[in-house]
Design a protein. Structure first.
Length: 288
């Protein structure tokens, strides 16, 4: 897959765009990049969707901000990318920090989101202690380098069995983190620190929604995906078994079934892949 770049909102933004059909925008988490969506790209394209996966400002192949960075700026980058690609509406899948940006888009540009998938994310803002930790880590990464963030997050990202059974995957993700610019990591931490509480927005969201949790997620406990599903009218909830925070990489088969079942119901395509069925109407803590 050949990466594309576009000069948008004052920076060069790197992204992948493949397929044709209803648009699905995949927004990665912190401290990651668009490579995390590798297990989803091909299957979504095969199911008849146009898939867009950008690197957020400061991550992967995208430029780092010269000045302050907040959630509004990061969300505006995504909006400008949709404009650049001629996309009026997209299904937005936001993982972790990507979920914070999804909430930002729903608050400020709801007409651009046709459906929302909240993956291992939360609606609440950081408490005082959480904000202090992000500020401290932002200071440390500027002083000591990206391995400070990589070491801090490595234990939080995976289920314990994943680290033991799939060390190459854990090492690959660690490599993504240490390759990220310190300035980008610090900017992302401070943007998350300053984000607004999206919980009051939940009951006003009217687009079709899916909340995905993971039963071994140490970064985003299940109370948060459940809170999102309970707060948004008609929102579905699915819990991925045997997965940590990187559920889409750890259990890609289950994650893809959950996602494709939702997409088929809200934005069907002429293509049909048999055997990919999941009942996401309730909390399936023991399976999908």
């Amino acid at each position: 897959m050949v990466a594309k770049n576009a000069f948008l909102n004052g920076i060069s933004l790197a992204y992948d765009e493949v397929g044709a059909g209803p648009a699905v925008l995949l927004v990665h988490g912190f401290p990651l990049n668009r490579q995390m969506w590798r297990p989803q790209m091909a299957i979504l394209v095969a199911a008849g969707y146009r898939v867009i996966a950008p690197d957020l400002r400061g991550f992967g192949g995208s430029d780092v901000s010269d000045g302050p960075c907040d959630m509004d700026l990061l969300a505006d980058d995504l909006l400008e990318l949709l404009d650049h690609l001629g996309i009026d509406q997209a299904v937005v899948v936001g993982m972790s920090m990507g979920g914070y940006l999804l909430f930002n888009l729903l608050e400020r540009y709801p007409q651009r989101v046709s459906a929302a998938v909240f993956a291992v994310t939360r609606s609440v803002a950081d408490d005082e202690a959480g904000r202090a930790r992000r500020k401290q880590l932002a200071d440390q990464v500027i002083r000591f380098g990206p391995q400070v963030v990589a070491d801090s997050f490595q234990e939080l990202l995976f289920a314990p069995d994943t680290v033991v059974d799939r060390p190459r995957l854990a090492a690959e993700v660690y490599g993504w983190m240490v390759a990220t610019a310190s300035q980008g990591l610090a900017a992302g931490l401070l943007a998350m620190k300053q984000r607004r509480d999206a919980t009051p927005l939940l009951q006003a969201i009217t687009v079709p929604c899916l909340s995905i949790g993971a039963d071994q997620d140490r970064a985003c406990p299940l109370e948060h995906p459940r809170m999102i599903a309970a707060g948004i009218p008609g929102c579905r909830l699915c819990i991925i078994p045997g997965a940590g925070h990187m559920a889409n990489l750890e259990q890609p088969g289950d994650f893809n079934r959950v996602l494709l079942t939702f997409l088929r119901e809200i934005v069907p395509t002429p293509l049909n892949l048999p055997g990919l069925v999941c009942d996401c109407s309730s909390d399936h803590s023991s399976g999908v």
